[in-house]
Structures are given as C-alpha cells and as structure tokens.
Design a protein around this ligand. Sequence first.
Ligand code: FAD
Length: 457
Amino acid sequence: MPSNESKPTLTVVGAGLVGSLLSLYLARRGHTVEVLERRPDMRRETLDAGRSINLAISTRGLHALRQVGLEEEALKHAIPMRGRAIHPVQGALAYQPYGKDDSQHINSLSRGWLNQFLMTQAEATGRVRIRFRQRVTQADTAAGTLTVQDEATGETREVRDTVVFGTDGSGSAVRQEFQAHPGFHATQEPLGHGYKELTIPPGEGGRFQMEKHALHIWPRGTFMLIALPNEDGSFTCTLFLPWQGPVSFASLQTPEALEAFFQEQFPDARALIPGLVEEFFSRPTGHMVTVKCAPWHVGGRTLLLGDAAHAVVPFYGQGMNCGFEDCVVLDSLLESRPGWEEAFRAFEQLRKTNADAIADMAVENFIEMRDSTADPRFLLEKGVEKVLLNAFPGEFVSRYTLVSFSRVPYRLAYQVGTLAGGIVTELAQGLKRPEDVDLDAAARLIRGRLTPFMKEH
Ligand code: FAD
C-alpha cells in the first residue's frame, strides 16, 4: 500500500532543464518546492558514459537566466556561434552569418553542465529539495495527488494536496493523466527521422579541428549532419537520418555500409570522427516529436510547461529557449494574478499560440537546413537578407533574427518573418549578387508592407 507523508506546497515533476529553472523561480517567490526526478543525480553518477552533448542557447534562454542572476556564469561556459559553416560534399565551405553582425550570435553550451548548474543553484536557495530516482507513475491532476515510485527500493508513496508543475519532458507522465479530463486533446507527431550523436575529438593540444565559432552543417537533402563546438575543443555531431528508406537508419546496418556512406557523403567529417563505427552502433538513436496539446492546466492544481506542454523538433534550437521563456512568463503572471488558477489560465492563453508557432517554424527550418542551405538561390536570398538587415536597421527584420535574437512573441515572429521572407524573395528575383539589390525598391516594400504590420502589432 502506498504510504502517506507530509507535503511541501509545490511539486515540480522532472529536474530537467525547465524543471530545475522553474523550481528556482518558484523558490525566489518564497515557495518551498519539492522536485521529483526519475533519474539518478547526474552530479554524482555519469549517466551517459561522460558524453558531451550540447545545445544552442539564444536571447530568450539567456534572458530567463539573467532574471535569476545566472546568465554571466552560463556565458563563461558558452561558445559563441556567429554563423553557419556549410560543408558541401566537395569544394570550399560556405559561410552564412546568423545576424547583421557578429554581435548577433547563438551560443553552444553543454546540456549536462547547464542542468547540473541549475539544479545546484535551485538547491542553493534553501527552498528547493530535489529527490532523485523518484518516478511519478500516476497523477490525479484535479486533486493535486501524485503516485511516486522510488526507483531504488521499488516502494510507492503518495504526495497529496500539492500544486503540480509537470516539466517531465516530451513523453510526460503528467500530461498522460490529462486524458482523464473531457475536452483534453493532444497530438504527437513523430518526425520520421531519428538522430545519432557522434564526436569529433579535439586536435593536438586541445585545438578545434574546424572553425570554432560556427554551427557546422552538411546538408544533403533528406538527411544532414550538424556539429556544435564544446569547451574542450571537441565537437558534438548529430546525424539526422530517416528511419526507413534507401538512405536511412534501416539501410545502415553494417560497419561497411556506414563507412561507405560517410566516405561518399561526408568525407571531410569522416576524417575527423575516429570512433564513427563504434559510436554509431553503440549509442542510442534518438526520436523527435512535435507535441501539441490543450488545455495545459487543470484548475489551479496542475500545469504543464516545457516539452511536456509543447515539445518541438530541434531545428530552430528553441525547445529549451521556449521552455525557459515559459518560466519568465509564469513568474510575471504569479506576480500579477490573484491565484494559481488565474495565473495558469493566463499562462496558457499567452503561451499556447506561441508554442504552436515555434513548433511549426521548427519543422519548416528542418527543411531549410537539410535542403536549402546547399541551394545557390537560398544563399543569394540569405545574402540579400543580410544587406537589408544592415541597410534598414529597426525597419527590416528576418524571421531568424526575431526568433533567435529577440523576445518578440513567436507567433508575431512567424507572421513578420513570412512577410519579410516574401520581400526578400521578390527583391532577389533576377539578381546575381546580393549587393546589387535595389535599395529603393526595398524601402518601398519594407515601408509598404512590413512597417504597417509591425505598427499594428
Ligand atoms: P527534459 O529536458 O526532457 O527534462 C524532463 C525531465 O523529467 C528529465 O530529467 C526526466 O528524467 C524527468 N522525468 C521524465 N518523466 C518523469 C517521471 N515520470 N517522473 C519523474 N521525472 C520524470 N533546445 C534548444 O533550446 N536549443 C538547442 O540547441 C536544442 N537542441 C536539441 C537537440 C536535440 C537532438 C534534441 C532532441 C532537443 C534539442 N533541444 C534544444 C530541445 C531541448 O532539449 C528541450 O526542449 C529541453 O530539454 C526541454 O526541457 P524539459 O525540462 O522540458 O524536458
């Protein structure tokens, strides 16, 4: 039988990136928080054979860290990536800056380091207790009751009468329990591609074997390889491949097939990944899914945030950034609303449309990254976009800039980005070089279409 025990007021399910940061925000509001995490404490046990896995943090994520005084320390461990380095099968690299100049960059940061840092900072408030190997197996989301299994002993207990924050990731057990409520709906759209992480180790003396300040991409149509730099001089590569088909995880079943594939498609990367065969066949293949669901809350008792509410595919580098922005928005609503239910309702109203927008943009960006980055037309349009960003500061903005370098709501970024993209395509017609773009025509289009839209919103 489950045993009962006395409860803290708030319970966060999942000490991942979002749950750890959220518990810190809640603690700063004076709450006592218990965090239940099914994994062991990664600060004491190595969970994935010491692998270095990184992610890109940009303006939204950094802003969320700044609000709790953690941005500066995080940036000490981050490597600025100022553009994309595009690797063709043969020939010279192409380089596309991300923003109007080097000040607009995204940052590569170790996922493990960041998660550990956030957990430690949350505990340092004195109000957060993280309990590891605690798996939530059931929830009564209306009552605020959780059934928790201790993974070490197998024992089950209940946490009662609490306010629950479900930050347990894309496969959320808490979200699963929302099914019990009429009117709840959820879609989980798998991408059709999986991913595998591979390593480019540091060169002699810890030097980076490729350009350090870039996100490297090998776009190949239906599949692609990317690489982000790590502090120790290595790069973490991610190979995105369809599950099935002529070039897919299903087709790469032997070391010979894998070798031949890399030699043909990624010869420069192959030379830098000594552990290719061993890593490819020993490491797990990751899944990617877009989750859309509603509602995100049950009264004032349970709220979903982060990937549990809105998992997105990783091609805009925004999943965590969006989840961190959730924490900022919720925090400000807890300041201005009289109770949990009012805050949760307003949170969903503000965030749902934006989460849907970044989910759709992330899928679109997948197509852009794997396909168009190798297309001369696309490179020309990116060049025109850069000319416009510099020629019309504050007037012309691109979708990428708004998503990665601003905190404009994602929905608005989507709409403005679509208008801006249309202007670029129109101006690039018949051009050979981006610098020949007709700036008078550009001014007319920008001031005729973009400026009125931005004024209206
Ligand atoms: P998670 O990080 O999944 O954490 C959930 C936590 O809950 C975990 O610790 C888990 O153990 C725990 N948990 C799960 N179930 C239970 C349970 N039943 N009981 C108790 N605990 C439980 N985002 C970016 O912003 N930039 C990037 O560059 C980027 N790159 C990515 C690359 C890849 C390949 C992938 C797959 C994702 C990437 N993302 C990126 C997305 C980012 O990883 C997620 O958005 C982010 O991790 C979400 O954080 P979360 O805390 O909501 O969920």
